[in-house]
Each structure stands twice: as C-alpha cells, then as structure tokens.
Design a protein around this ligand. Structure first.
Ligand code: NAD
Length: 423
C-alpha cells in the first residue's frame, strides 16, 4: 500500500468551494472555534488547556464516560475560561456515559471535537465526529489493530476537503525537531545509511476504585491492556516511529522484533520491552528499542540518523544537532536544553525540546479551520500506527513480518466490554 493508494481520489475542487463559503460566513464573522473535549483525562485536559490559552478556540463542551472525570473537567475548564474572561462550561453541554461521544459530536453548539479517549475508541469516536460534520483533533494512535486503521482511512476519505482532521503527533511541531528534519530533508546528512532510536519510559500510573467492576478497572487502567492501548509500541513509542517515517518519507517494508513482559507484574498484558529492526526502502534500517517499567520518572527518547555526510540527533532532552560536514545545533532563547534528562510527563506536556510542541500543533489545527486550508492527517496517522503494529506483530510471532503480510492478516482485536453498562 503506497501513499497514492492510501489517499485515493481527491475532492479538491468541491472542497475548495465548500471551504470558501465556510471561511466567508463562518469563522471570519465569529472567530472563536467552539471546541469540545471528549475524554477529560490527563492528556485531554492538558491539550484542551493549551488550545484555550494558545489559540482563539474556546472550550465550550465536555464529554466523558465517567461522571467524576466530567466533573473534574468542569472545575478545571471553568477556571481556565474564567481566567481568559470567557464563560464557563454550560451544564447543557456536558455529556456523560457510553453515548457521550455521539451526543457531543452532534451538538449544534460545537465546531470541533478533541478526541482524547483511550486508543481503542479513537476510530469509533472519529467516525462519529466526522459523520456529524465536525472537525477533529484525534490523539494518536489512529487505531489499535489493522481493522481499525482500514476504517480510519475510509473516514479520512469522507472528510477530505470538507473537514480538518488533525492527529496528535505534536512532536513534529516542536521547533528544534522540525528544524533538524528540515535540514535532513535538505540533504545535510547526504545519503542516509541507518537510524538508531529508543524510547525508555516509566510504567503507567495505576488507578484503583473500591466500587469499580472489572470492566471499569480495565477502562480506567487502559494503558496496561493491549486491546485498549495497542501496547507500548503502538501507544507511546509511536512518536519515535512517526518521526523516523517522517525523516525517511516512507514506512517500513518489513520488521523483525523481540521483546517481552519481563519485569511488570500488573494485571495487564502489554509487553514492557521491545527491540525492533525495521527495513525501509533502499535498504535503510531502523534499530529501535523500548522499555516501559519502573516508577523512577526517568525517561530518555531520541533518534540518531547516520548519513554519508554526518549524524543528526533529535532527543526530547539534550542537544538537537547535526555533527559532520553540515554541522549545526539548535539554540533557544530559553536554556531548557541543559536539563537532560528531564522528568517524564505522562500527559505529554514535556519541557526541553518539546516545550512548544503542543502550542504550535494546536495553533496549526485552529488556523487550518479558520483559514479553510483543512488538514487531513489520517494517512500519516494510519501509516505510523501500522508501522508500530508491524513491529508488534513481528515480536509476537517471533519472526520477520512484511508490510503486505500484516495488511493481508487484517489483525482485529475484541474489547469484550459491554459499554451500555456505563450510563
Ligand atoms: N500525544 C501525546 O503526547 C500523548 C500523551 C499522553 C496521552 N496521549 C493519548 O491521549 C489519550 C488519552 O490519554 P490519557 O493519558 O489522558 O488517559 P486518561 O485515562 O487520563 O484519560 C482518558 C479519559 O477518557 C475517558 N473515557 C474512557 N473511555 C471513554 C469513552 N468510551 N467515552 C468517553 N470517554 C471515555 C476516561 O474516563 C478518561 O477521563 C490516549 O489515546 C493516549 O494515547 C497522547
């Protein structure tokens, strides 16, 4: 499956007509995009707060499966909105329970929905938002299995030229990372030979409630379960694999992987370490390793790209630079780069080199709506998700797996939770 096949037909002409009228009669006259947060947890709250503070969007609606999360969201965003001199959240625009995603998507008082629910739900929730004709900012990963990515591509085609669909790869928007990749693409490294990359992070924080059923426990601790999260490669390491795909402007054609569940003892089933060798076109290899256990808050994430003219390094913490013929280093007015390694941020609000990633990403999404120059990042989102699933499948099968084999396999997970119990 190449990029052309992913994209399918173009609706550029009709899209242009639509977007012109939206720009003329919609946001220019009434500039605030009315944003709803679906999934009022850690990441969702952090990103929606960034939207409120860094863009012209207003947080007007909240939705969550659980009442306590919804209430926490209201308390927080009432304060945020008050500090910005805009109204708090109207209780009529608070949606709770297993149908909350459909209710918030169809609300006439909402222009765009930020989908920050656990990964299992992303594609289902994106479908509802696009079906209701709303723009979406959807967290990565765009699917936990091959079947969901196929559905995501179909949703993306329906939205093409009509709606903005942004996928939560904010690392691409971090100014130092964007600049080093721009230089690599401009040829600073010469011919690329290989990449080494790693993602070492602490274990997920555990949540417990005395009256939670086993199903509720699973959903509240979704990070520990492969079905709900996709596992550590698909859920978290995807940021690094996405950057490698971006650097190489391609996706891997095959992978060999090892790994296992060697240290963690929680009730879940995700692996706590992976070692993956990806092969990209032109015999370029990515050697990737990952760990996710322990609670010492230490973390280290980086890509190192080796080329005929030099080496590029793009860590979350520490110098972003090119060594060699085209030597260069990112310099920033704020001296954050000296603090390596910095503390892990479970909500993705990292400091150091990613300090402005969310701000830039959020501005870009809102600008795409107000300008009518809509984004559609579903192809990129699916490509990166499938790249991670390829490593996961190779690891689980204990042998090399090709991109085509993975697609033909059509991997499909089952959640086995009756969601209607969450009223
Ligand atoms: N881009 C990044 O850097 C980054 C960082 C952290 C998390 N994430 C992603 O953000 C998403 C949320 O992660 P989090 O850490 O905030 O998790 P979280 O558990 O803190 O929040 C998830 C929220 O969704 C709610 N929820 C669960 N199922 C729901 C459903 N079916 N309908 C409505 N609400 C539902 C939960 O009650 C909770 O409030 C995940 O997809 C994760 O991969 C991205």
């Amino acid at each position: 499956m190449d990029r052309r096949n992913f994209l399918g037909g173009s609706a550029a002409v009709s899209g242009l007509l639509l977007l012109k009228s939206k720009t003329a009669f919609g946001y220019e006259a009434n500039s605030a995009v009315r944003l709803a947060l679906l999934g009022c947890g850690s990441r969702g709250t952090s990103v929606a707060t960034s939207f409120a503070k860094n863009t012209s969007a207003r947080i007007v609606a909240l939705a969550d499966l659980f009442p306590d999360q919804l209430e926490k969201g209201k308390t927080h965003f009432d304060q945020v909105n008050e500090s910005l001199g805009v109204p708090g959240i109207d209780p009529k625009l608070m949606f709770r329970g297993y149908k909350a995603f459909e209710e918030v998507a169809s609300s006439p008082d909402v222009d765009a929905v930020q989908i920050s629910t656990p990964p299992w739900f992303h594609v289902q929730h994106l479908d509802a938002v696009v079906s209701a004709g709303k723009h979406a900012y959807c967290e990565k990963p765009l699917g936990v299995d091959v079947a969901q990515t196929t559905q995501a591509l179909e949703i993306g085609k329906r939205a093409e030229g009509r709606l903005s669909l942004e996928i939560g790869f904010e690392v691409r928007s971090a100014p130092p990372i964007a600049e080093v990749v721009r230089r690599i693409h401009a040829g600073a490294l010469g011919k690329i030979a290989c990449i080494t990359a790693h993602y070492n992070a602490p274990e997920a924080v555990s949540h417990a409630g005395a009256d939670w059923s086993p199903d509720e426990f699973r959903i509240r601790n979704w990070l520990r379960y492969q079905t709900l999260s996709g596992g550590i490669l698909v859920e978290q390491n995807i940021h690094v694999i996405d950057i490698c795909n971006w650097i190489l402007q391609s996706h891997p054609i095959k992978a060999f992987a090892t790994g296992g569940r060697n240290v963690v003892t929680n009730a879940g089933d995700t692996w706590d370490n992976y070692q993956v060798i990806y092969t990209y076109p032109n015999n370029v290899h990515l050697s990737f390793s990952s760990t996710q256990f322990g609670n010492n808050h230490w973390f280290d994430v980086s890509e190192r790209v080796f080329g005929s003219k030099g080496i590029a390094e793009a860590p979350y913490s520490g110098p972003v630079r090119i060594i060699g013929e085209n030597a260069w280093a990112w310099t920033d007015a704020t001296p954050t780069q000296s603090k390596a390694p910095a503390a892990f941020a479970a909500n993705g609000a990292f400091t150091d080199n990613l300090q402005f990633a969310d701000r830039e990403k959020d501005r870009s999404f809102i600008d795409s709506i107000t300008s009518g120059k809509f984004h559609n990042q579903t192809v990129q989102g699916v490509e990166s998700a499938l790249s991670c699933m390829l490593g996961r499948m190779a690891g689980r099968l204990g042998r090399e797996v090709t991109w085509e084999e993975q697609l033909q396999h059509g991997e499909k997970y089952s959640m086995n939770i009756d969601m209607s119990q969450f009223k």
